[in-house]
Design a protein around this ligand. Structure first.
Ligand code: ATP
Length: 771
């Protein structure tokens, strides 16, 4: 219903002017607060020591000075905080001044005589002249939920005091640009299609945007859930899983303000490129970003001495071999549990150690360490035993260091010290120089300490525990802890995989399947304490995770509530095992605390593209297209590479003319390199994305499929969707993932016969072009 009624518009503009007037007052007040806070902070800094009582001659005096300094620092911190908070407030007010709100709802609470007008915007704003009057409600406020969840009429929402029944009498969408009202539109739907359609028809960007003005009802449920320990969002490609989850982070930070910080929220994302893509959404919503990491980074930083298999290698390998029973077993929850039992058994059998060396010679032998370890009662748990062993080793080290002080090399080293070095050593220790004898002993101790620093650190970091050997031992022993035949794995297959792991170790490498097992073992034996700080954990593209990895994440973050997002149809790394992921996850959480939300509507692509892509899947019927119109996808069949390149260039040029940015998506990096070269020869500018650490560039990009995960582009060209490249039904998920990256335009170029997967699509739903 177009509220073009000029009276309505006029009244709304008047209200907006009134609100902006109040915003201006608040802005001025805040600016003054900033100014005074800044000034008094400066004064405090300038006179920091004037107010500190400096008494250093006696012990009491030093204590008093310390307390006094601390007090001054605290005051300084308080002023800094006040200043920072006010600066943030001012930013918010300025944003609101430009765009105060986007919606209005009128609702009547039970028992109230008149309806209340609620304006919803990016942040709350209270009338500076009347503290009881909310001029703007934050989109995350409980009452704002009404806007996203209902049309006109009676409904119930979750108020802080419990469920609240209200009658909605008006829903109005308001568009404001630079402080001026541009459009007013009354609607009776939850969130009107009109604004959504308009938002969706925008051009893609190298950065994702927030969706607060058009959150859909099912997405709102994801955003506001606070009860589930595991929230599993299963959504088709482009259904707004990532979008919803980022708004969810903003919601949680609002809802638990003061109790939850961005550092207690962690998002595991598919690759670094994706991190870059989404990192503007939270700042746009006035919040700081959460911790963002890929699982690979999470692993790699803990094994600096080994090279972990990269995304590309992992993808290439999964292309080469069929879903392998050994890998499936290694990735399973059963194996995670078996590993726990194996680690427990080490209490009886003992762990494997390695020699501690100093200057190339064995200082404490592994046998000696094993003896110490055994000497502690087996009733100790693993952590305590290792800790006790470590303490004992540090004592032994101290004795060795004492003995070493009298050695000739130490004497020589002391003699070789320059006078600056000697001064520095004394100063560092806060020591006055005394007579020669004591000084010499002091210096000898420093020299020995420096020489043993590395050994000391090694002991502290449990390096005497031989994790590599222990890991191989675990692999060898595993047939005693799991029934290989239940997994269709023969003893010989298993043996071969152990040998492969050992060979990789020798080359300083470790596979992605092995590295989680490896770290879990290390943690169990050394008794690493889990991270209790993290309260919310998000996993995007969960279908590419293995049950083992998820169990390990849960073990690492036992207090975190999990939100996992996935689309089983986009499982490009794990393929079959992703189907059982839900069953496995159910075992990790209390079944009463699991909530599954399904999103079936795809917002990213035009109806034509969604109707095409859904037919690529055996069970794609359930996917709903969003009613945004565009042109039909094109399947262009070229006879050879040269002709294919010509078609590609033509497509890029047409897209450019229509202001659509193009992503050329290939299967592998090697293939993408070939395309990049071909384009370069023809003087077409394009950016080849080779690693996940690159930035998304504007203009034409060429990107391998596994790096395009989670991203979207105006126009996509799938490079070489031929039978040769995608010969089997197993390739459906990969082809689906590639094609669903397109928002407005999709072109598939095939060199020779196209993949049989396209036979499943109704010929009326695409244009076939034979060159
Ligand atoms: N409620 C909404 N309002 C406006 N835009 C939306 C909404 N929901 C989703 N979108 C847009 O649809 C596109 C796809 O969303 P998103 O990337 O979150 O989907 P996804 O489910 O994570 O997709 P995929 O699994 O394919 O990576 C984005 O451009 C997003 O901004």
């Amino acid at each position: 219903m177009e509220a073009d009624n000029s009276k309505i518009k006029q009244a709304e503009q008047q209200h907006l002017d009134f609100v902006r007037g109040k915003l201006k007052i608040a802005e001025q007040k805040t600016a003054t607060t900033i100014q005074t806070a800044k000034q008094s902070q400066q004064e405090l800094e300038d006179h920091f020591y004037d107010d500190v009582r400096l008494k250093t001659s006696t012990y009491e005096g030093q204590m008093e000075t310390g307390v006094s300094v601390r007090q001054q620092q605290q005051m300084l911190e308080q002023r800094q905080n006040r200043w920072q908070t006010a600066t943030r407030d001012l930013e918010t007010l300025q944003k609101l001044d430009q765009n105060a709100y986007f919606a209005r709802i009128d609702l009547q609470e039970q028992g109230e005589a008149t309806p209340e007008k609620i304006y919803i915007g990016l942040a709350s704003f209270v009338n500076p002249d009347d503290a009881d009057e909310y001029l703007i409600y934050d989109w995350r406020a409980p009452i704002s939920s009404v806007y996203y969840d209902s049309g006109i009429g009676a409904m119930t929402y979750d108020a802080p005091s419990g469920p609240q029944r209200v009658n909605v009498t008006l829903k109005r969408e308001l568009q404001i640009k630079n402080g001026q009202l541009t459009q007013v539109f009354d609607t009776d739907e939850a969130v009107g299609d009109r604004v959504l359609l308009e938002n969706l028809s925008h051009q893609s960007d190298t950065k994702m945007k927030s969706i607060v003005t058009t959150i859909q009802k099912e997405q709102n449920a994801i955003i506001r859930d606070t009860s589930a320990d595991l929230l599993f969002v299963q959504g088709v490609a482009g259904s707004g899983k990532t979008a919803a989850v980022l708004q969810r982070v903003a919601y949680l930070l609002y809802r638990y303000r003061g109790k939850l910080t961005p550092g207690q929220v962690i998002l595991f994302s598919p690759n670094q490129l994706f991190n870059d893509y989404i990192n503007q959404v939270l700042p746009e919503l006035g919040e700081q970003n959460m911790v963002q990491m890929t699982y690979y980074q999470f692993m790699r930083r803990r094994v600096p001495r080994l090279t972990v298999e990269t995304l590309q290698q992992r993808f290439d390998e999964s292309l080469m071999d069929e879903p392998h029973n050994v890998t499936t077993l290694k990735n399973s929850l059963e194996l995670f549990q078996a590993e726990g039992r194996y680690a427990d058994s080490l209490n009886q059998t003992g762990a494997i150690f390695r020699n501690i060396r100093f200057q190339g010679k064995v200082l404490i032998s592994k046998e000696q360490i094993a003896e110490i370890y055994r000497s502690f009662n087996a009733n100790y748990n693993l952590r305590n035993r290792l800790e006790a062993t470590r303490t004992e080793l540090l004592k032994i080290l101290k004795r060795h260091m004492g003995a070493e002080m009298k050695k000739r090399w130490v004497e020589e080293a002391v003699e070789g010290l320059s006078s600056e070095q000697i001064e520095m050593l004394h100063a560092k220790a806060g020591r006055q120089r005394t007579d020669d004898d004591q000084d010499a002993r002091f210096l000898a101790r420093q020299v020995v300490k420096a020489a043993f620093a590395k050994v000391h650190q090694q002991i502290k970091r449990n390096r005497f525990f031989n994790i590599n050997q222990q890991f191989v031992n675990l692999l060898r022993a595993l047939p005693n802890w799991v029934n290989l035949s239940e997994w269709g794995v023969s003893a010989a297959d298993w043996q071969a995989s152990v040998t492969a792991t050992v060979n990789r170790f020798q080359a300083g490498k470790i596979s992605m399947a092995d590295v989680s097992m490896y770290l879990y073992l290390f943690d169990l034996v050394t008794g690493k304490r889990p991270d209790l700080k993290m309260r919310y954990l998000f996993v995007d593209e969960v279908q590419d995770y293995t049950p083992f990895q998820l169990a390990y994440l849960q073990w690492n973050y036992p207090r975190a509530k999990f939100t996992v997002l996935g689309d089983l149809n986009q499982a490009i790394f794990t393929r079959d095992s992703s189907q059982t992921l839900m069953d496995d996850l159910k075992q990790l959480f209390d079944p009463d605390k699991i909530r599954v939300i399904k999103l079936l509507k795809s917002y990213r692509s035009t109806a034509q593209i969604t109707n095409f892509t859904k037919q690529l899947l055996p069970d794609g019927e359930a996917i709903e297209a969003y009613a945004r119109q565009g042109e039909q996808p094109r399947l262009a069949v070229a006879t050879d590479q040269q002709q294919a390149v010509q078609t590609l260039i033509q497509t890029i040029k047409t897209n450019q003319a229509d202001h659509e940015t193009t992503a050329v998506i290939g299967k592998t990096l090697a293939e993408c390199r070939t395309v990049a070269q071909a384009l370069q020869q023809q003087r077409i500018t394009a950016t080849l994305i080779q690693t996940e650490n690159q930035r998304l560039a504007k203009g034409v990009v060429i990107v391998p499929a596994y790096l395009a995960k989670g991203l979207e582009f105006d126009a996509v060209v799938m490079w070489n969707g031929s039978q040769q490249n995608y010969p089997t039904v197993h390739d459906d998920k990969l082809v689906y993932t590639i094609c669903t990256r397109a928002m407005h335009r999709l072109t598939i170029i095939s060199i020779g016969t196209p993949s049989p997967l396209f036979n499943a699509v109704n010929p009326a739903d695409y244009q076939l072009i034979k060159e």
